[in-house]
Design a binder for this molecule. Structure first.
Ligand SMILES: [Zn+2]
Length: 148
């Protein structure tokens, strides 16, 4: 990275109608901007260059050209989604029942993502009226009933 160390700063150019069109890093002159006739657009462009350079301080140039900033936005959105994720058992649900589905091996798979095994019989035959994992009323679906 050979560019001038940040922070950069947008300044008025006294020799160019006092417009904000110069970029400095401390006392070091970096560049002057131009090319547009609107003073407000020239100022906005100059400030944007400075803001982008300062925001990307310490990021390698080749990473910037590979879409580093856009990648950060995507990564940030994924992290936010993970932070707001909650186990199903903690979410308020429309369905107030926890359905337990028996598999071919006699294991019971619950709506709340648990697996339960009885020594013998079904949840009802074992006097299970509520799911012990999520506390909702329990509804059972036997393996044989599912195939029909
Ligand atoms: Zn449950």
């Amino acid at each position: 990275m050979n560019h001038t160390k940040e922070p950069w700063e947008a300044r008025r150019d006294p020799s160019y109608y006092g417009l904000v069109s110069e970029v400095y890093a401390g006392d070091k002159f970096i560049l002057s901007t131009g090319g547009v006739y609107s003073p407000s657009e020239l100022e906005a462009n100059t400030k944007r260059i400075v803001a982008c350079v300062n925001a990307c301080a310490d990021v390698e140039d080749d990473r910037l050209s590979l879409g580093y900033v856009k990648g950060l936005e995507v990564e940030n959105a994924l992290l936010k989604a993970q932070l707001t994720w909650r186990p199903v058992s903690e979410k308020p649900e429309k369905d107030e029942m926890c359905t337990w589905q028996e598999d071919e091996d006699g294991l019971w798979h619950t709506d709340c993502h648990e697996i339960h095994q009885f020594f013998d019989g079904t949840p009802t035959e074992n006097s299970y009226k509520f799911c012990p994992y999520c506390a909702k009323p329990l509804k059972e679906e036997k393996y044989n009933d599912q195939k029909e």
